[in-house]
Design a binder for this molecule. Structure first.
Ligand code: ADP
Length: 257
């Protein structure tokens, strides 16, 4: 039950009466749980066939390449890319169900932070021909944390920067050493986000809808997952943005100095 109440006081400030509402939220919670359960089972079931599709497509691509059939190799290459997109969507859905049921796990190791960021830049740069990603990396120490999860946050911010700046051709990524924390900032010169919507972009399934000429694909989960990861690491994530000018997404996480 969700109880909301306001007190009615007399001239001396003594409470003489309560006005309130008493809402049954049990049904709503049950519905949320069913939705999460369904999402969990569905994404899990989707993962298996997509994983084998990927394996077959890869084998076929290299077979065509070896036999010199570059036309078909190219087609299979395109298919592989779409399967990768599908895999990423499914794994975002799985992550959300894990977050919502408190089952998102972290595996800590010591790793070279700079090398991880450079790896992400290389990965994102490989698939975005239009943009040049400029690195300005000033955090050069090893840290202890979940490398894959932190990598996921950097990847999300960088792919968004590229995706939401269709008319720009550069993106900048900075890392800063604050001694007891590391900060990563990703700057783009894209569509930006209006001030009143900036707080919402970290919400589950939230997407800014506009009557822009470009439509951007996505489920509205990347920033939600990123903010949950950063929160779990004891850090924070935020955005500075001007509509029509571009955005800077930043996060910082504590490190042992
Ligand atoms: P998705 O990109 O799949 O929609 P995200 O959670 O990554 O999901 O982002 C949520 C929303 O925030 C996006 O739909 C978009 O409207 C907005 N957004 C995210 N990154 C940027 C950016 N760099 N510039 C402008 N808008 C952005």
């Amino acid at each position: 039950h969700l109880v909301r109440a306001i007190p009615l006081k007399d001239a001396e400030g003594n409470i003489i009466k309560w006005y309130g509402t008493n809402t049954d939220v049990h049904d709503q919670k049950e519905l949320e749980k069913q939705k999460d359960n369904f999402l969990g089972i569905a994404s899990h079931e989707l993962k298996t066939p997509v994983t084998s599709l990927k394996a077959y497509a890869q084998v076929m691509e290299s077979m065509f390449k070896r036999s010199g059939d570059f036309k078909n190799a190219d087609l299979l290459g395109k298919m592989n890319k779409q399967v990768d997109r599908l895999t990423n969507l499914i794994s975002d859905l799985l992550d959300v169900t894990k977050i919502n049921s408190g089952r998102l796990q972290f595996n800590e190791t010591e790793f070279d932070f700079n090398e991880m960021v450079e790896e992400v830049i290389e990965d994102v740069q490989r698939t975005s021909f239009k943009h040049i990603i400029h690195p300005d990396l000033n955090f050069k120490r090893n840290i202890v944390g979940d490398r894959d999860r932190i990598c996921q946050v950097v990847t999300n911010l960088l792919t968004n920067a590229v995706k939401y700046s269709p008319d720009a051709n550069e993106v900048i990524i900075y890392t800063v050493d604050h001694q007891d924390s590391v900060q990563v900032s990703v700057r783009d010169y894209g569509i930006g986000i209006s001030a009143e919507l900036q707080d919402h972009v970290f919400e589950q399934f939230y997407r800014v809808s506009g009557e822009k000429e470009h439509t951007f694909p996505g489920l509205g989960l990347g920033l939600y997952i990123s903010s949950e990861i950063v929160k779990r690491l004891g850090g924070k994530i935020w955005v500075d943005s001007v509509e029509g000018k571009g955005s800077t997404f930043c996060f910082s996480i504590p490190v042992n100095s």
